[in-house]
Design a protein around this ligand. Structure first.
Ligand code: 7TS
Length: 405
């Protein structure tokens, strides 16, 4: 049974605090979600009782840390329905997961090959490819979008050729809330023998992720956007690719033997995990998964969907507002502009009223260019948000409008 909203909210200590003398309304979940007490406790418990390096010692604490760390890998594997734990690489976050693929995978390519990413990508799924392409003489192509913020699948099909070696695409746009048709894109790509990397930063906390069903080749996400800790991320990769790809970083843990005559590398997944990881944060990721599963990911998505529809309808009624992104089949990210009011000014005033939202380009400058704007305001919801919070936000937005009229 789905817990009541109050039971969910009570697990988040930060939601009780005030900001600028007002009750906090946290609508910046696209940037990072707040953390439930289970996650906070798991982190502090680790340092109080278990702190020790993983995979390195025969002593009690190291063994227990390693078991908990590897259990987290198992949780993630089950959570996204990966075939094997070998397919789960722990990283610092989505950004590092994508950089890993961008550097390692492209080392298998030939000068003149090309990679495709879309115009709606976060910079994290653009710049790593630019860096890799520049270094290796590869071409970066852009899949364009339509004016209502959908991926233009026809144009995408038209830029694929026999030198296309990978397509990188966001599952959900962090600006538009567009949910991209990953299965359709994967089918198109695979019919041309092209692997697909999905940037799941904005989907993992809102949709049930099943990498087997999506059939994507890589899936990247961050723990901190799904109620977990900062500095922890995941790269899922099909074993057939990860086996072929060379290590991304060198150091401890990723080797089997080191000598100056030649070093041999560890097996998957350790081949891609150089150095001491964020053990506490990784173990806490298991708690974040438990938190989401206790509510039910479908339930979270459904509640957020209701909040989104409610907010979209009320914002539309407000008038003098530009809403970006599709009307339907979208996620709980809403970007908008009030006519003649700079997002930064509105955001600053809303902050004074206790509301945390995001203003600016949202690390998606090519997308801003497409719409001919310099930024937007953005609200984005999580499992603990409520209709009452949206009502307060709308009232506050009215006040902001009045101030500028
Ligand atoms: N990809 C997408 C689609 C994102 O939304 C973000 C972060 C990232 C990648 C990078 O994730 P990181 O955890 O490695 O930093 N997006 C946002 C945002 O929308 N506002 O702040 C960060």
């Amino acid at each position: 049974m789905k817990p009541e909203l109050q039971d969910i909210r009570s697990q988040f200590p930060i939601l009780n605090r005030e900001v600028n003398g007002k009750k906090l309304i946290y609508f910046d979940n696209g940037a990072t979600t707040q953390k439930p007490i289970g996650v906070i406790d798991a982190e502090s418990q680790y340092y109080k009782e278990l702190n020790s390096n993983v995979h390195r010692g025969v002593h009690f604490l190291s063994t227990q840390s390693t078991i908990a760390f590897e259990n987290a890998r198992k949780s993630v594997q089950q959570f996204i329905n990966a075939r094997s734990e070998n397919e789960i690489i722990f990283t610092k976050g989505t950004t590092e997961s994508i950089n890993l693929v961008a550097q390692s995978f492209t080392s298998l390519l030939q000068k003149g090959d090309n990679i495709i990413v879309s115009r709606m990508e976060h910079h994290s799924n653009i710049v790593p490819w630019q860096l890799a392409c520049k270094g290796r003489g590869l071409e970066l192509r852009v899949a364009e979008i339509t004016s209502d913020g959908l991926l233009d699948l026809q144009q995408l099909a038209s830029i694929i050729d026999d030198r296309t070696k990978l397509i990188g695409i966001a599952h959900i746009s962090n600006v538009l809330g567009t949910i991209n048709p990953i299965k359709e894109i994967v089918a198109m790509a695979h019919s041309n023998n092209i692997p697909v990397l999905v940037d799941g930063a904005q989907s993992v906390a809102h949709l049930k992720i099943d990498v087997e069903d999506l059939d994507c080749d890589f899936f990247a996400f961050s723990a901190h956007k799904m109620y977990g800790s900062m500095g922890v991320g995941v790269l899922y990769g099909k074993e057939k690719w990860l086996e072929k790809m060379p290590p991304y970083q060198g150091g401890g843990e990723m080797i089997k033997n080191v000598s100056f005559d030649g070093t041999t590398f560890n097996e998957l997944p350790f081949k891609f995990e150089a150095g001491t990881p964020n053990v506490a944060g990784t173990i806490a990721l298991s708690e974040a998964i438990r938190f989401m599963q206790a509510i039910g990911i479908e339930n979270i998505g459904k509640c957020e969907h209701e909040l989104t529809n409610y907010a979209l309808a009320k914002l539309t009624d407000m008038g003098n507002i530009n809403l970006f992104g599709p009307i339907q089949n979208r996620s709980s990210v809403i970007s908008f502009l009030l006519q003649n009011i700079h997002p930064y000014d509105a955001g600053t005033l809303l902050d004074k009223m206790g509301i945390a939202l995001r203003t600016g380009t949202h690390c998606a400058e090519p997308l801003m260019k497409f719409f001919g704007i310099n930024g937007t305001m953005r609200i984005s919801f999580a499992a603990y948000n409520s209709i009452e919070e949206i009502d307060y936000f709308l009232e506050s937005l009215h006040k902001v409008k009045q101030i500028f009229e």
